[in-house]
Write a protein that binds this ligand. Structure first.
Ligand SMILES: NC(=O)c1ccc[n+]([C@@H]2O[C@H](COP(=O)([O-])OP(=O)(O)OC[C@H]3O[C@@H](n4cnc5c(N)ncnc54)[C@H](OP(=O)(O)O)[C@@H]3O)[C@@H](O)[C@H]2O)c1
Length: 341
C-alpha cells in the first residue's frame, strides 16, 4: 500500500538542503512515496533543486515515487511568509517533515591577517570556530527588522506557527538546522533582533537553540515533534564567495588535517553533514528520545560518520520565548491575520 509523505525543505537548493533530500529518500520505508516542497527565493533555483533530487532518485536501484514542487519563499518578507502559509494550508491536508535549513550569512570578507595568525597559533580552532570572518552589522530588512534575525529565526518560526493546522495531522517532525557556533555569548539578550551584534549569524543560531527549548513542548502537545540539529562543518557553495582556488584548497587541507587531529565536527562532505537532520526523523519511539539536546553530525578521524548529541544551555529561554511571541502578535496585527496557534 502506498503511503504519501510530504516533505517541506526551506532553503532546498543549498548544499545541505539537497543532501537532506537525498538522505530522506534513502531513509524512508520502501512503500512510501515522497512529495518534496522545495523553497527558494527564485523559482529557477527551486526547479534546479527538484531536478537534482529527481536525478538522485533515478540513479538508485530501488527508485521511489518522488514528486517535487517548487515554492518561492523569501523569509525576509513577512507578507510572503504569510501568503506561503496560506498556500500550504490550502494545498496539503498534512505535512510530515519540515527542514528549516535556509540561512542568511552576511559575511563581507575575511580579515586575512587574523586568519593567518589564527591558523598558525590555533589551527583546529581556526577552521572550527573562526573569528576572522567580517560580518555586516546593523542590516535591516524591508520589514524593518534585523535582517539576519528575520531570515534565520523569525520568518521560519512564524511560518511554522501558521502551518500548525497541517503539521498536527501529519504528526510532523520539524528540524531546525543550528550550528556548533552557537555559544550563549553570541546572543545579546538586550538585542534579540541582532541589529548591533558583530556576529548576527552565530547569534541567530544560538537563538534557534533557545527558541527550540522554549517551544518544543507546546508543539508536542499538538502532535508536532521539533528537534534542533547541527551539521558539523562541511563544504558549502557559500564558501566560494570569499575564496579563490588557492585559499579554497588550503581550507580543504586544513579541514582534513583538523579531522585527523581529532576534530569530530569536520564532516566536510555535505552528505555526512545531512546525517543528523534526517536521523531525528527516523526515531521509532519519539516519546522515548530526548528533544532537549542538539543532535550533531560528526565523523571519526577516518571519516566514518556518527551522531554526537550535546546538551543545550537554557540561558535566556523565557526572554526569547516572550520576545518571539510578542513579535508574532505584532505581525498578526500588521498582516491582519487571526492568531491560529
Ligand atoms: N557550511 C557549514 O559548514 C555550516 C555549518 C553549520 C551550519 N550550517 C547551516 O547549514 C544550513 C545550510 O547551509 P548551506 O551552506 O548548505 O547553505 P547555503 O548554500 O549558504 O544556502 C543558503 C540557503 O538559504 C536560503 N536563503 C537565504 N536567505 C533566504 C531568505 N531570505 N529567504 C529564504 N531562503 C533564504 C537560500 O535560498 P535561495 O538563495 O535559493 O533563495 C539557500 O537555499 C544553514 O542553515 C547553515 O547555517 C552550515
Amino acid at each position: 500500500m502506498s503511503n504519501e509523505k510530504v516533505v517541506l525543505i526551506i532553503g532546498a537548493n543549498s548544499t545541505l538542503g539537497l543532501n537532506i533530500a537525498y538522505r530522506q529518500i534513502e531513509s524512508q520505508a520502501p512503500e512510501d512515496s515522497l512529495i518534496f516542497v522545495l523553497t527558494s527565493r527564485s523559482i529557477e533555483r527551486a526547479n534546479e533543486a527538484g531536478d537534482s533530487i529527481k536525478a538522485f532518485n533515478d540513479q538508485r536501484e530501488a527508485v521511489r515515487k518522488v514528486t517535487t514542487v517548487p515554492l518561492v519563499l523569501d523569509l525576509t518578507n513577512m507578507k510572503n511568509v504569510l501568503e506561503t502559509s496560506v498556500l500550504l494550508n490550502k494545498t496539503y491536508k498534512a505535512i510530515n517533515y519540515v527542514y528549516v535549513n535556509a540561512a542568511l550569512g552576511v559575511c563581507s570578507g575575511i580579515n586575512w591577517f587574523s586568519a593567518i595568525q589564527e591558523v598558525i597559533t590555533s589551527p583546529v580552532q581556526a577552521v572550527t570556530d573562526p573569528h576572522y570572518k567580517i560580518q555586516k552589522v546593523g542590516l535591516m530588512s524591508k520589514d524593518d527588522m534585523g535582517l539576519v534575525f528575520e531570515a534565520n529565526v523569525f520568518g521560519p518560526y512564524y511560518l511554522i506557527r501558521k502551518i500548525l493546522p497541517i503539521l498536527s495531522p501529519g504528526k510532523a517532525v520539524v528540524v531546525w538546522i543550528s550550528s556548533i557556533r552557537s555559544d550563549p555569548n553570541y546572543l545579546p539578550l538586550d538585542d534579540l533582533e541582532l541589529i548591533e551584534s558583530p556576529t548576527p549569524y552565530e547569534g541567530s543560531k544560538r537563538m534557534i537553540d533557545v527558541m527550540h527549548l522554549a517551544t518544543y513542548k507546546y508543539l508536542k502537545s499538538k502532535s508536532v515533534y521539533q528537534y534542533v540539529v547541527q551539521p558539523g562543518i562541511f563544504v558549502s557553495q557559500s564558501f566560494n564567495v570569499h575564496l579563490n582556488i588557492i585559499t579554497y584548497y588550503l581550507m580543504m587541507i586544513m579541514f582534513y588535517l583538523a579531522r585527523r587531529w581529532g576534530s569530530y565536527w569536520h564532516t566536510i562532505d555535505p552528505y555526512k553533514a545531512a546525517n543528523s537532520p534526517v536521523y531525528v526523523t527516523t526515531f521509532r519511539d519519539r516519546d522515548f528520545e530526548r528533544q532537549d539536546i542538539k543532535y550533531g553530525s560528526a565523523t571519526y578521524s577516518d571519516g566514518v560518520e556518527h551522531i554526537k548529541p550535546e546538551e543545550l544551555d537554557f540561558t535566556g529561554k523565557e526572554k526569547v520565548a516572550e520576545f518571539l511571541l510578542s513579535k508574532e502578535k505584532e505581525w498578526n496585527i500588521r498582516l491582519g491575520d487571526q492568531d491560529t496557534s
